[in-house]
Design a protein. Sequence first.
Lengths: 161, 178
Amino acid sequence: MAKLILSLWIALGGLLTINSYAAIEVYQFQAPAGEKRFQVLAEELRCPKCQNQNIAGSDSPIAKDMREELVALLNQGYTDQQIIDAMVQRFGDYVTYTPPVRPSTWLLWYLPFVLLAIGGLVILGLAYQQKRKRQQALPIESDAERQARLQQLLHSKEPNS
Amino acid sequence: MKRLLLFLPLAIFILMGAFFLRGLELDPSARESALIGQPLPDFRLPTLENPQRYISKADLQGQVVLLNVWGSWCPSCYQEHPSLLKAAHEYQIPVIGLNYKDEEAAAKVYLQKQGNPYAFNLVEREGERKLAFDLGVYGAPETFIVDAQGVVRYHLAGVLTDAILQQEILPKVRQWQN
């Protein structure tokens, strides 16, 4: 049991590793909050050339261009949403890891909750069925009836078995 | 009824299997450009042929053009080059080059050796974020069809083959020419 818990923790730890930055670049930010916002947005924006990497972690030329554009837009006073909109306008929804909620993305956003609800209903249904079965299996007997059944069992049993 | 219920996991498995099997055949890098149906972004870029000559969006309008993003550093560009030559010479489609993150001398050698399908080449150097970035170009080669009003009508990321040229690009170009 302890081993199982330990291995679960190790697996969890593997999921929670922090992205390392592939590129070492120096950017100049005009506002002191700029660097923090840069890091958040660079994690949030997805490299269009790579299959599943954000622009913070990618070495591809387009990711570098996007980091530079990100810095330029931050320094021009764009809000986070305006920056994401500007990138989506060029590269499509693909470029952000949190695509906007609209009819074409409803499945993506809401399907997990629908599945969770279905799973919950199934479990409730099963539990209810079990409970009813248990109640049916044990009809209420009087003491005399029980006594009779016990005697029957005892006598039908062969000795030394 | 109970018995049928036992087949539910199998049904779910088959459904998911079909879903994932389809996923195997999809090209994960193929996706529609965000620029389809949108006007070409404004730009002003020099040409490879004459660095003093600047081209802007208005200069492209009035005809349906293929805009091809290329670089002499890009192996797939060599691969698609014969198809571009065919588009320009055999099918008379105006092809405009966007020389992307390239060096001038290398680009000129490329055109001398491979042949030149381009009416002219816009130049966007490494470190610049102008037309290619605004078009959402994330590599080379990429090819766009821009109609006579300057609206982007088609986008291909990757190698242009003869088959794509004949089955997709040529009909699209003819469609927007009329």
